[in-house]
Structures are given as C-alpha cells and as structure tokens.
Design a protein around this ligand. Structure first.
Ligand SMILES: *Cc1c(COP(=O)(O)O)cnc(C)c1O
Length: 379
C-alpha cells in the first residue's frame, strides 16, 4: 500500500460486530469474561481498548513501523520512552528542542539520575564527541521549533547504529507525509498527535511507533504499567484526522510555500526561516529526507522591534494568536513573549529567538486570504 491509501486503510478492519466502516467508540473500561480469563482479547481499557488499538495500528501503518502506541499527550509518549532508562544512563538531545520536552528531561528525569547533553546536531558528526559507554538514547527533533533547523536523520542513524544507541525522532512537525524516520534508520518515532496527526485542534495525544518487537514489548509494558493512555473518544478523533492527513499536508505545504515567498519579498521583513529556501543552511538535507517543506514558518522584522512584532500578531485576523500548531486553521505565535518567555533574553537570542521572531502555522484556508491578512497586519 502507498502512503495516501495507508492513511485511509492502514491497519484498519471493518468492525467485526456489525461491519461499521469506522471503528466504533468503545466507551468501556472493562469487558465481560465467560470464565476467568475467558475473554475476546480485551480485559481492561488501560491495557487494551478496541478503538485505541485501531488507532495504534493506523499509527504503525503510516510510519512504516510494526507497532504503534497511543498516549494521553505527546509528553506522556516521551515520558514512556525515558522510562526505558536507568540511573546513570545518558541521553544526547537536539539543543533547539520543544520546550515541554526540555522541561521533562531537565526538571523530572534529571532528578532520577539520567544525564542529558543538549547539543547542536546540524552537523551530525558533532554527536560522536558526546557519546560515552552510558549513552542509551539520541533524541532528535527535525525540523526544530521555532528556528526550522534540519537534522540529517540518516547520518545520525549511522552513528547511533555504530554505537548501539537507540535513535528516537520527534516527527511532529514533518508528519509521515513528509518524512519517515524509520525508513531512514531511526529506531523509534514519536508524535504529538495533538498537532498535524489530529489536525483539527480538538484533542491532546501522543504516539510512539517502532519496528522492533523487543522494544515494542518494553514500551507496551510501560504504557500499561504507567498508564498514560488516551481514551476511546480521542482515539476516534485521531483516526478520523489521519484519514485526511495527506490531503491536509499537501495544502499546508502549498500555502506554506506561498506565505514564505510572500514574506521573503516583503520590504519590512528581515529574514524568513523555512527549509524550502535554497538559502536555508540545511536545504539539501531537507530536500533529501523530506517530500516537501511543510507549513511551519518563522520570520523576523527589520529593526527587530519587540512591540512591532506584538502589534503584527495582534493585527492578524485570519491567523489566530495561539499556542500549538498543525490544525486546519492558521495560527501565529510570538515565541519571545509566549513559548520562550521563561528563557532569559540572552539565552534565547543565542538560538535565534529574537524579540521580533514570529512563528506561523500555516493552515489550509485560501492562500489569498492568508497573504492579504499578513499584508494588512505587517503594513
Ligand atoms: C506539542 C509538541 C510536543 C508535546 O506534545 P503534547 O501533545 O503537547 O504533550 C512535543 N514535541 C513537539 C515538537 C511539539 O510540537
């Protein structure tokens, strides 16, 4: 099956009870047994639920994996991965990382004796300097948030394999429509399904996908033992979202390109961060590992004025000022006062998060309306 067909049919069976085409929402915590242990494969919904299982099969299919696991949030999925570790183990991670992931690593797992190295990975060979005999996981995010840096997954996978380290890729920004990390040599893919996978800003959910049975068994054990699962209603919504992932992503990419090119030509804009530009420092890697360049764009204005940036995000009308990304509706954010406000100015500026940086999650509305909205807001 090819990708577009997989989004609709991958891992899916018609419901055995009545042939329902969509998996019913099995809103139940438990399942009747005829005799102790005599059940139809489901005992208790923390462990298994038919709606969640249909979703987990869909996750595995669209990422070209063997096993999918669904969690109550993206961070719950990352939390499960970190529970593979023991005190003394080390993790090498992208330095330009989703803030919540950074907080989970440094405020929770560091206290359990796990050591984290946050490093620049745009040159993959840099990773080798930080590998020790205790390194167990390399954690990669690409493209990164909000600077849209690109990390070479294949080159990173070769380093991870050589040292017998697990390579995990947060594929939230790209989605499997644009890039499939397992095919590039990664061992594990993670998603905040809250974003493009769900696609309609109506749920919070996380996903893990792997190929290896032994790794899957460990993660299923943690999923059940720690219990951060998602419910059947949200599983149903995510399944519905996945069915249009390819169509939505195609439009996100088309609109993303149009908005990026418009901003790049605007006299008041200093710089546009979007991996589709040939001038992007990792454009060649992006071209090699991604099918297209997505709808996430960041930009800074000439003069880099904090108040001017605030005015622009306040003036936008079609773009909604809000946290999150990946929904059908266009969103905008101002990292310096929102997602990155807790990071000291000097620190955030080192990674490029300057006062006038604005991040856009370009939705699937009409391109003309989005550009006119930017035109009136920027002036
Ligand atoms: C949102 C996000 C997360 C966290 O996921 P939640 O569903 O909010 O818990 C992790 N990584 C990336 C890249 C994200 O955008």
């Amino acid at each position: 099956m090819k990708f577009n067909t997989k989004t609709i049919h991958g891992g899916q069976k018609h419901d055995p009870a009545y042939g329902a085409v969509m998996p019913p929402i099995y809103q139940t915590s438990t399942y009747a047994q005829s005799t102790p242990g005599g059940h139809k494969g489901f005992e208790y919904s923390r462990t298994h639920n038919p709606t969640r299982q249909a979703l987990e099969n869909a996750f595995a299919s669209i990422e070209n994996g063997e096993y999918g696991l669904a969690f109550g949030s993206g961070l719950a999925a990352i939390d499960a991965v970190m529970k593979l570790l023991k005190p003394g183990d080390e993790v090498i991670s992208t330095n330009d990382l989703y803030g919540g992931t950074y907080r989970l690593f440094t405020s929770i797992f560091k206290n359990f004796g796990i050591k984290f190295n946050f490093i620049g990975m745009q040159n993959a060979s840099n990773i080798e300097h930080y590998i020790t005999e205790n390194t167990k996981i390399i954690w990669v995010e690409t493209p990164t948030n909000p600077m849209m840096n690109i990390i070479d997954i294949k080159a990173t996978a070769e380093i991870a394999k050589k040292h017998n380290i697990l390579l995990a890729v947060d594929n939230t920004f790209a989605t499997p429509y644009l890039q499939q990390p397992l095919d590039l040599g990664a061992d594990l893919v993670m998603h905040s399904a809250t974003k493009y996978i769900g696609g309609h800003s109506d749920l919070v959910m996380g996903a893990l996908i792997v190929k290896d049975k032994e790794l899957a068994d460990k993660l299923f054990f943690i999923q059940n033992a720690s219990g951060a699962v998602c419910g059947p209603q949200d599983s149903f919504l995510a399944l519905r979202g996945i069915k249009t992932l390819h169509v939505r992503m195609q439009r996100h990419c088309e609109n993303g390109r149009a908005v990026a090119e418009y901003l790049a030509s605007h006299p008041k804009i200093e710089k546009v961060y979007w991996p589709g530009f040939e001038s992007h420092p990792n454009h060649e890697i992006a071209k090699a590992q991604m099918k297209d360049f997505g709808g996430m764009i960041s930009f800074v204005t000439k003069g880099n004025d904090y108040n001017e940036a605030i005015k622009i995000v306040e003036n936008l009308k079609v773009f909604t000022l809000a946290e999150s990304l990946g929904g059908v509706e266009s969103l905008c954010g101002h990292p310096a006062s929102m997602t990155h406000a807790s990071i000291p100015k000097e620190e955030r500026e080192k990674t490029g998060v300057v006062d006038s940086l604005i991040r856009l999650s370009v939705g699937i509305e009409d391109e003309e309306d989005l550009i006119n909205d930017l035109k009136q807001a920027i002036g």
